[in-house]
Design a protein around this ligand. Structure first.
Ligand code: ZN
Length: 628
């Protein structure tokens, strides 16, 4: 018995030392913050007590905090990038010239000292000991007084102050729609340390990665301000504004109110405040309380009321197709500069058509799963949060808006094709800040990222993809999954080998191009010569329409998958010999005379992202018809 225990101990220690995802661990934080906001000058002061648990197998001698608001200063790295990238974000620039002679300048460059953002640390201790630290742009570098050993906890106490910048990007004061405070990335936030080491990324453009934990936050602010926030309000009877128990009276005391929120198991904490918010609530089918906060303006009301039942439908769709939303509330709040996802909350601009309002809510709410539950590192694997979110929100919108399109991802495919043919594509492994242009990031993360999943349906089948998403949720919620973690789930669910798919699609700019080279008659059989012209491998489905109107699909497995896709469709499904990637051509034998065939098409579903569809079809009438 003892011997068995001893060998078990060795095995588990061995696993702990093997630094890859076969032995998953993650750090843990517990934040307690108390902040006081001055709504006249947009300055705030705060205290932060942070209990940090080092679950890594490593001893830590330093830690890092993000000071995101420091990006909104004329001398910042964010501004340097903004003024040097060829296609700056239009929200971050303004035209100082005329329409005819435009002079586009950075809005950050124009900020006065009273308008910039900043976040300053005034004191910091570790278990009572003063710490040495240095503010380096948007990152605070901290030398620890005592190393944090594996498995140990330490407590940091901090005093900090900040100034909310004019809204330039995502957060800030006085948004274009007049929202007073959009408070995201507003507090000193501990950087994540994981199996790849520290992620103390400077705030240049995008995006975020954080440590999982529990938040307890008190926000003191002028009593006229109404808040939407991450977490659950602990003192609704002192606050009111629609948070109180229905039918009860609330007595507010003093000039300021202290809003007390707790948020369990999140990696971010965001809030917004405005004195003119309307606050509506809707309890969804699963019991989640949906909060809607928007400006009290006549022209907004109709769309924002109609949005509410649609949000409940979206929640139900994501619950079913990904996994149950685990928190008790979700808030849709007018704020920010477009749409951005946060824990239990989104900030969206609100002056939109109804379709656009539902569209942005669908996208941001889907991020509650693909970022706030399966929390990928958005800087490293931007396609996993933006792409997966785009995929599932396209699917959801298609259903709840009643469009019922057979392929709701056509815009994503279009975006990807444009990118692939541009000659400027960079692999999806590019850090999100380091694309040559913003547009290249967008097409890669959103469009090519959505196609990753839509095309995976072609590769492993609809049912396997659906099961993969559910199992991804089951195994990776409240964690930090990597691309390999996702593809391993798809492999385990389907049984197919899929490493090639992850490698070629996400780590290279290889493209897919399969072609029908020729169709030859040999007596009572027809030989179709297929060609692989692109470098990226794929299984090939050849759809044949016979002269009598019947249809048949010939499925050519990709040999390196060591697997065959199960037949799904109504049409006749015939599995042919494997195609090994190294062979540039393949002979497909169809056991009928050529005159009995009217049309041959490679992948009529168009889910395979073939960059040249002109060579995918053959028509009896035109022989080389390319009108697919
Ligand atoms: Zn997004």
């Amino acid at each position: 018995m003892k011997r068995i225990l001893f060998s078990l101990l060795i095995i588990s220690t061995g696993l702990l030392n093997a630094q890859n995802n076969t032995s998953y661990w993650q750090q843990h934080v517990d934040y307690k913050m108390d902040v006081d906001m001055n709504v006249e000058n947009f300055r705030y002061t705060g205290t932060q007590e942070l209990t940090y648990t080092n679950n890594s197998p490593d001893t830590l001698n330093r830690v890092f905090y993000h000071l995101y608001f420091n990006a909104f200063q004329p001398e910042s790295e964010m501004n340097a990038r903004l003024t040097s990238v060829p296609d700056p974000d239009a929200r971050m620039t303004m035209n100082k010239g005329t329409k005819e002679n435009p002079e586009i300048v950075s809005r950050i460059s124009e900020l006065s000292p009273a308008q910039i953002g900043y976040l300053r640390v005034n004191s910091l201790t570790q278990d009572g000991k003063e710490l040495q630290y240095e503010e380096v742009g948007t990152v605070l570098e901290v030398e620890l007084a005592e190393p944090i050993l594996p498995g140990e906890k330490t407590t940091f106490n901090m005093q900090f102050e900040g100034q909310v910048p004019e809204q330039i990007r995502r957060s800030g004061r006085n948004s274009t729609e007049g929202i007073a405070l959009s408070m995201s990335q507003w507090y000193p936030k501990l950087a994540e340390y994981d199996f790849e080491g520290w992620h103390a990324d400077p705030y240049i453009a995008r995006e975020f990665h954080g440590v999982w934990g529990d938040f307890d936050v008190k926000i003191t602010i002028d009593k006229d301000y109404i808040l939407g926030s991450t977490g659950y309000l602990q003192n609704p009877q002192e606050i009111g504004y629609g948070y109180e128990q229905e039918g009860t009276k609330v007595k507010r005391k003093g000039d300021k109110l202290t809003w007390h929120f707790v948020a369990p198991k999140v990696h971010d904490f965001t809030w917004a405040a405005d004195p003119e918010y309307i606050h509506d609530k809707l309890v969804a089918e699963d019991g989640t309380v949906l909060h809607f906060l928007y400006k009290n303006k006549e022209e907004l009301k109709e769309n924002w009321k109609k949005l509410q039942p649609k949000t409940a439908e979206l929640l139900a769709f994501f619950n079913e197709h990904i996994g149950p939303y685990p928190w008790d509330q979700y808030s849709v709040v007018q704020g920010g500069d477009g749409g951005m996802e946060y824990a239990m909350l989104t900030l969206i601009t609100g002056e939109r058509s109804f379709g656009s309002l539902v569209g942005v809510t669908a996208h941001e709410m889907a991020h509650a799963w693909f970022q706030h539950l399966m929390a990928t590192n958005e800087s490293k694997h931007e396609w996993m949060d933006e792409g997966f979110t785009s995929y599932i929100s396209n699917e959801a919108e298609n259903v709840i808006m009643g469009s019922s399109s057979p392929n709701p991802h056509t815009n994503s495919y279009r975006g990807y094709y444009y990118l692939a043919r541009s000659g400027r594509e960079q692999p999806q492994t590019t850090h999100a800040d380091r694309y040559a242009m913003n547009g290249l990031y967008g097409a890669s993360a959103y469009s090519k990222g959505a196609v990753f999943l839509a095309q995976l349906e072609y590769v492993i089948g609809e049912e396997n993809l659906a099961k993969t998403l559910n199992r991804y949720y089951d195994e990776w919620k409240f964690k930090h999954p990597t691309p390999n973690d996702f593809i391993r789930i798809a492999e385990k669910v389907s049984g197919a080998e899929l490493d090639w798919y992850l490698t070629d699609w996400t780590q290279t700019t290889n493209t897919i191009d399969y072609a029908i080279d020729s169709v030859e008659e040999k007596g009572e059989t027809t030989t179709v010569i297929l060609q692989r012209k692109g470098l990226m491998p794929m299984p090939v489905e050849v759809d044949v329409t016979y002269a009598n109107g019947s249809e048949e699909t010939f499925y050519i497995p990709l040999q390196m998958m060591r697997w065959e896709k199960p037949a799904e469709e109504e049409v006749k499904w015939t599995v042919k010999d494997d195609w090994a990637w190294g062979f540039p051509t393949y002979q497909l034998e169809i056991p009928v005379a050529k005159e009995s065939i009217s049309r041959i098409v490679i992948d009529k579903s168009q889910l395979m992202a073939d960059i040249n569809r002109d060579n995918n079809s053959w028509d009896k009438s035109g022989e080389e018809d390319s009108s697919n």
